[in-house]
Design a protein around this ligand. Sequence first.
Ligand code: ANZ
Ligand code: ZN
Length: 867
Amino acid sequence: MKDIYEPQGIEPRWQKTWDEAKVHAASLDDRKPKFYMLEMFPYPSGRIHMGHVRNYSIGDVITRYQWMRGRQVLHPMGWDAFGLPAEEAAIERNLHPASWTYDNIAEMRGQLKRLGFAYDWDRELTTCKPEYYRWEQLAFLRALDRDLVYRKSSLINWSEALGTVLANEQVIEGKDYKLGLPVVQREMVQWFFRTTRFADDLLDGLRELEALWPERVVAEQRARIGRSEGTEVRFPLLRPAGGADHLLVFTTRPDTIYGVTFMSLAAEHPLALRLSEGTGREAEVRAFVERVRNDVDRARSAGDYEKEGLFTGAFCINPLSGDRIPIYIANFVLMDYGTGAVMAVPAHDQRDFEFARKYDLPIKVVIRPAGQRIDPAAMNEAYVEDGVQTASGPFDGLPNREAIRRVTDHLAGKGMGGPAVSYRLRDWCISRQRYWGCPIPVIHCERCGVVPVPETDLPVTLPEDVTFSLKGGAVLAKNETFLRAACPRCGGQGRRESDTFDTFVESSWYQLRYTSPAYAKGIMEPAAAGWMPVDQYVGGIEHAVGHLVYARFFQRLLLKLGLIPASVPAEPFKRLLTQGMVVRETQYTEDEKGLRTWHASDEVKDGISLKNGMPVKIGRLQKMSKSLKNGVDPNEIIGKYGADTARLFMLFASPPEKDLEWKDEGVEGCYRFLLRVWRIVRRASVDLKGVKPYRDDGKDLGGPAMALRRVIHRTICKVTEDIEERYHFNTAIARIMELSNALAAFSPASDTDRSVLREGVEMLVILLAPFAPHISDEMWAGIGDGRLLIRSDWPIWDKAAAAEDIVEIVFQINGKLRARIQMPVGSSAEQVESEALSSPQIQKHIADKQVIKKIFVPDRLLNLVVK
Ligand code: ANZ
Ligand code: ZN
């Protein structure tokens, strides 16, 4: 070992050694338990940021720990390589999305390698490669065959000014992100996976995940699936319209059916326009429907917009009361929930109440508190509590909960409705009018319609010879060489589908592909099934209901299609950890108008901006970002302190699920800790040369050695528990720091003492290995057994040694306090005396005097009477 710790020299060397020895390569082995560790793979946007460093450091500790526990670990990495930013870069910088993407991948791969993460790089996946995406094309074709994927007309964001379809994130308050001009909703035929077929199964699966996933994620998924048990009711139309003779509604409150005073339809309801035909209100209704449909914000807001409606001119009949009910279009009714039609009960639903007051519609009370009356004219709000039925014909007097069941049964008996379940979950729209994505493998033929590309013709590859303009969405739609294709059915001239898949398709099955990334006969090699499920998944909370629902769905879909071995469990991710954000304080200057300019640290000196000379204020802690200039470049930290310090800080500064505040002093502190460890180990490599680590039962040890052993074994125990049970790496590292302090303070007085110290130093290095792997292997090379630490055994603590409690014993000479000594519980008078007298300070009080009496109170006091 060198005198000085030099991470820049050490780290690349170990990375090379690990690579060459392929120590991170995974292979399934029947004799060993497997562990599949996965972190959400990055989008290759340019460079690694601190959020990545944190996410991947967490995964790497678990990986290395599991290797040391003797498991066969699969820990892969890859690139979620399709997506919008590549197209934007293409347009703005005149680069091809592919070259931009591959350049970024090269850069980011280099950064991950510099951080020394234990990936099996032979399994690297890049989702924009045909050998990857061909399998999702296959899944699509098989799903099409089984009616699990279909086409329907649906709304998209259309920018007239840009002449293109926009993704939701490109629409800001109803305007496009580029020119700030209005975006409208346009109907287009698009492809959908039948995600809703799996709604109940996805819901059931959550029960199994409850104890292993963050509560919040499970709750959000449950809400997203949104299973609701209710009743469907048919309201006959007074005059049939558009071929329909009734309106179907979904309600959770059939008990309020006698209180229905109007009907609310979604603007997208298929009958919305037809109902007004011949009523003289067509023009007005059409204008209103158009306006509501084009209200981009409505589709996305949580409902806090002005409630509006318009009478269609048509009526329907209440199937139980026989009342004639006016039909309205209302902007708060969404087409994609229930049936898109709502029976409105203003007396018992607050939204309907406000609507009724606004448009002067009747309010009819049908539920009242027992023994009380409600005067509709005096109501200030809807009565939403339980109560007793009133003005409800044969159901009068029933508790309303009871009436819910009875009304439903009654409707079912008369063929006017019955029990129904509704879900919030929608079928997954996978069509994107984008170039940089996986082509959807169908051909449109004038004679045959939509014809699937034969499986033998897969993959349908994305053409590379394309030109970009502002109208990026049309790149494929205008590429004649790509579009022209013979119809596989009749041989006539057909046109390829020009839409590509939503990029969430690629990330919904990559966990499976990693198990056998080179397999050429299917998605997954049968022999690799044993890797599934992922034992630990780590990633951001922002994927709680997007990616994590899609992946849970897609794995089920592939199982159903028989495209992956039946032994693969339905749930892809057994345990989930969602890490917090990396936040840092912001710095800004403010002009007279209160306009803020954000400053990076190197733009500030002594509280003054180097850019505008104004005093700099400290702002809130915020997620690191380019725009707030509060980011820290991982390269800079690695360059200055090394990867081990960067990783250690990420793990030490807070528990993984909490936000982590970046502090330069904190990084500095971690670096100093590694320096201290280095010094301890370096000294041991000289002083303890040839000394064997202590292996005995501890009965032969003096007090301080016993106390040190206690620290050593308690540290092993706590660090193991912190990793194993809670992933609280911060406290684990704090324990290791304590151990290093105890080792530094220990001065061995005997050979056994030296062997205990040796044991402690070895443990220090081994325990540190998952957190700071390079320095640990370097130190281990100086004092260890010649193995790489990832191939070493995780230590087991000695229960007896760890369990000892330490007490403070008062040591007196002639009744006078001379010292307080830390001793293990149950130490004998001799042990306490020899410990006390090991100090020259105390010895001098006795010097040549004679001990005539010893007063010993076990675990409390030893008083020597001398003369
Ligand atoms: C009559 C009624 C009376 C309702 C009452 C509620 C209270 P959950 O529980 O979330 O499933 N609804 C149905 N479809 C809708 C849609 N597409 N857009 C907006 N609202 C819709 O909600 C079910 C209730 O939400 C249904 O029950 C319906 O209003 C409304 F005192 O029917 B209710
Ligand atoms: Zn044809």
